[in-house]
Design a protein around this ligand. Structure first.
Ligand code: FAD
Ligand code: NAD
Length: 466
């Protein structure tokens, strides 16, 4: 039986990054993945394929709606070839997965294909292509998550689907009904709206993106409405039924009336649940809590001393970069270092267009915590760069402590915000004040100038261009 310093179960961004960092730190490392491809949800059916389709559909929308504004005329009809678009997405996924295979080899990490399950705290059984057993001094559980469902919905995976099927549809839906106005619903809703589907978003809470700053929800809701999506907030779904090629969704509105939506596809995107099926965690004494998460302490250590857990399977945001940070954290802990993660500074991004991005506290959280704060906000439409490219929707909002001026939260919606948020994370990591940001130079003309202007607005209400 082969023996390792560390075995990692699951090869998503948490698991494969943990494996690389363990190997870099000199540990003999194995990674076990039940599927034939590495990369987990993120690479196979999550971040990468969804962003490929968002990019392709964005190009289509630009070509059909905005090229003319720029004086570009395309003679004849511009058409979508969905089969080719999905094939391109798959090629991007395959190439990215190939990169992980390369990294495993480069770092001398042994890869086992098969379902990993605990025999005890130091032995893992592998069922599948590389069947057998290995011994590991330490194990990192990185088994990720799967889509959640509502108890009364029968997912047939043909017309009543999750994000996994929505990434490989064979036709553009005529009417896509989306249950859940969170990240997945809005990203994939925008993909199919751009490609020509009628889109209805049915959200239980009184706003889309209910965990983000309300200002962002409001602005993105406007964008979706402008694109003629039906945004049905405060609607509680009661039933989803398929009749032939038709899907009927019934939901109760605020007044207690039952509203019916008829479409040809229904995407259920009501969150994801931690995944520990088949892991046999109890054989190793690893506790799973009532929410299905592997229970961990501040060191990401489970109830069994030599077993750690990271990523979507533990508490916190279900984000690839959060899983990666935790992978590095555990590897460095095992090597005797003292790493640190500031969970308040893990940014959240929605890759719609305009993009939505945030870090730190929302206004709602600051009010709840009774923190006195000031607000500096700057609209993209006041920027030369935004007008030049035609991307004028959105704003940057900076929340700073009323007394110390320390930046407590940055919330933005607009072109390239997914990348702009990195400046806010850096500033907050170094505990910058709004005045600090307002005093360093931002290249002109850029979208980043909105951050400087919002900082000026927060400092003394002295934005220069508004
Ligand atoms: P996962 O990526 O879920 O990987 C877990 C792996 O463990 C899987 O490969 C699974 O097969 C394997 N496994 C499970 N049990 C066993 C076992 N017993 N034995 C062997 N292998 C096992 N996040 C972002 O930050 N940005 C985005 O843009 C983004 N977009 C997304 C889009 C979609 C459509 C979805 C669904 C998710 C998206 N996410 C995004 C979330 C992101 O994919 C997850 O947060 C991330 O993949 C979590 O990483 P992980 O390593 O914890 O788990
Ligand atoms: P989510 O938590 O973002 O959104 C789920 C939405 O469904 C919420 O708005 C919630 O109020 C709503 N909802 C719940 N029950 C409902 C009901 N009965 N009826 C109507 N609405 C209901 O979850 P998601 O969009 O499924 O995404 C899952 C996870 O994947 C998220 O945690 C997210 O972090 C991650 N993800 C991230 C990205 C990104 O970073 N860009 C992209 C996709 C997914």
């Amino acid at each position: 039986m082969k023996s390792y310093d560390v075995a990692i179960i699951g090869s998503g961004p948490g698991g494969y990054v943990a494996a690389i960092r363990c190997a870099q730190l000199g540990m003999k490392t194995a990674i076990i993945e039940k599927y034939s491809t590495l990369g987990g949800t993120c690479l196979n059916v999550g971040c990468i394929p969804s962003k490929a389709l968002l990019s392709s559909s964005h190009h289509y929308e630009e070509a059909t709606k905005h090229f003319e504004d720029h004086g570009i005329e395309i003679p004849g009809e511009i058409k979508v070839n969905l089969e080719k678009m999905i094939a391109r997405k798959q090629a991007v996924v395959d190439q990215t997965i190939g990169g992980i295979d390369f990294l495993m080899k480069k770092n001398n990490i042994d890869v086992y294909e098969g379902l990993g399950s605990f025999k005890d705290a130091t032995h893992i059984k592998i069922d599948g292509k590389d069947a057998g057993e290995i011994e590991a001094k330490n194990t990192i559980i990185a088994t990720g998550s799967k889509p959640s469902n509502l108890p009364f919905i029968k997912l047939d995976k043909e017309r009543i689907i999750t994000s996994t099927e929505a990434l490989k549809l064979k036709e553009v839906p005529k009417h896509l009904i989306i249950i859940g106005g969170g990240v997945i619903g809005l990203e994939l809703g925008q993909v199919y709206r751009r490609l020509g589907a009628e889109v209805t978003v049915v959200e239980y809470m009184d706003r889309i993106l209910p965990t983000m700053d309300a200002g962002l929800s409001k602005e993105l809701n406007k964008v979706f409405k402008k694109a003629k999506c039906k945004m049905m907030v405060s609607h509680k779904v009661q039933s989803v039924e398929r009749k032939g090629d038709e899907v009927i969704v019934k939901a109760e509105n605020k007044k207690g009336e039952v509203v019916e939506f008829k479409g040809d596809y229904c995407l259920v995107s009501v969150g994801r649940r931690p995944y520990t099926d088949g892991l046999n965690a109890e054989a190793a004494g690893v506790k799973i809590n009532e929410r299905g998460q592997v229970e961990v302490n501040d060191h990401l250590q489970t109830s069994t001393k030599n077993i750690y857990a990271i990523g979507d399977v533990v508490r916190g945001a279900m984000l690839a970069h959060k899983a990666e940070e935790e992978g590095v954290f555990v590897a460095e802990t095992l090597a005797g270092q003292k790493p640190h993660i500031d969970y308040n500074l893990i940014p959240g991004v929605v890759y719609t267009w305009p993009e939505v991005a945030a870090v730190g506290k929302t206004e709602e959280e600051l009010k709840e915590d009774k923190v006195e704060y000031k607000v500096g906000q700057f609209p993209f439409r006041a920027l030369g760069r935004a007008r030049a490219s035609g991307d004028i929707d959105g704003f940057v909002k900076i929340l700073a402590d009323k007394t110390t001026d320390e930046v407590l939260g940055v919330h933005m919606i607009g072109a390239r915000c997914a990348d702009l948020i990195a400046e806010a994370v850096t500033a907050m990591e170094f505990r910058a004040s709004a005045e600090d940001i307002s005093r360093y130079s931002h290249a002109h003309p850029t979208f980043a100038e909105a951050i400087k202007e919002a900082a000026l607005a927060a400092t003394d209400d002295r934005a220069l261009h508004a």
